[in-house]
Design a protein around this ligand. Structure first.
Ligand SMILES: Cc1cc2nc3c(=O)[nH]c(=O)nc-3n(C[C@H](O)[C@H](O)[C@H](O)COP(=O)(O)O)c2cc1C
Length: 195
């Protein structure tokens, strides 16, 4: 079984969640081939060929990031005193998950997928994962879980709130167990890859 975890990240929190997700996949399926892919490096054709596709990104302005929101984040960082600055993730300015979806091929076979985001825990703060899940569906994926939020500290820059990486790991393990029943089902064409 091949699992692709595609993530976007500015400050590193979504990256950390994506790593925990990849670990959770391995917990549930030690023989799975897990690919942890930064969105700028994630070949869409290759990601689309995975048996399970998991996509996550940070919440900006109540939804998925945009070129403008990423620029705002990066320039806010540059205005800080050097000792207060974060090391931003490579490719922080983009492209983001929103752009990546333009290149993602149609799944065409109800291939399992799931979406997650990072966000602050405030009411009305929105989330990126619902938009990611919607795009997965529009590309023909079967979204097998509700969009899952993971929470960063209220400053919006992180670190993640306590326990979130453990929760991400358990969430991913559950997803894989569910995906195995779908990709292994006799009614679905194309058995899971045994790689
Ligand atoms: C420009 C900008 C806008 C943001 N808007 C929101 C928002 O509307 N709702 C929210 O929950 N978090 C918001 N945040 C906080 C981000 O969700 C947080 O920085 C992100 O989850 C951290 O993930 P990362 O470390 O992977 O970049 C915003 C952050 C930035 C930089």
């Amino acid at each position: 079984m091949r699992v692709a975890v595609v993530f976007e990240s500015l400050y590193g929190n979504t990256h950390e969640v994506a790593e925990a997700v990849a670990a959770g996949v391995a917990d549930a399926r030690p023989d799975a081939q897990v690919e942890l892919l930064r969105v700028g490096d994630a070949n869409p054709q290759r990601a689309a060929a995975a048996d399970l596709l998991i996509v996550g990104g940070p919440t900006h302005m109540r939804g998925m990031t945009t070129g403008l929101s990423r620029k705002m984040g990066v320039s806010a960082e540059q205005k800080k005193d050097p000792e207060e600055r974060h090391d931003l993730e490579p490719g922080a300015e983009g492209p983001g998950v929103r752009d990546w979806f333009h290149e993602l091929p149609e799944a065409g076979d109800h291939r399992p997928a799931a979406a997650f985001d990072t966000r602050i825990g405030a009411r009305m703060a929105g989330g990126a994962a619902p938009g990611i899940a919607r795009r997965l569906r529009h590309h023909g994926y079967e979204v097998i879980a509700d969009p899952e939020p993971f929470y960063v500290q209220d400053n919006g820059e992180g670190p993640l709130k306590e326990g979130e990486t453990d929760r991400a790991r358990a969430w991913a393990a559950g997803l894989v167990r569910q995906a195995v029943t779908i990709v292994g089902s006799p009614t679905r064409t194309g058995a899971p890859t045994d790689r």
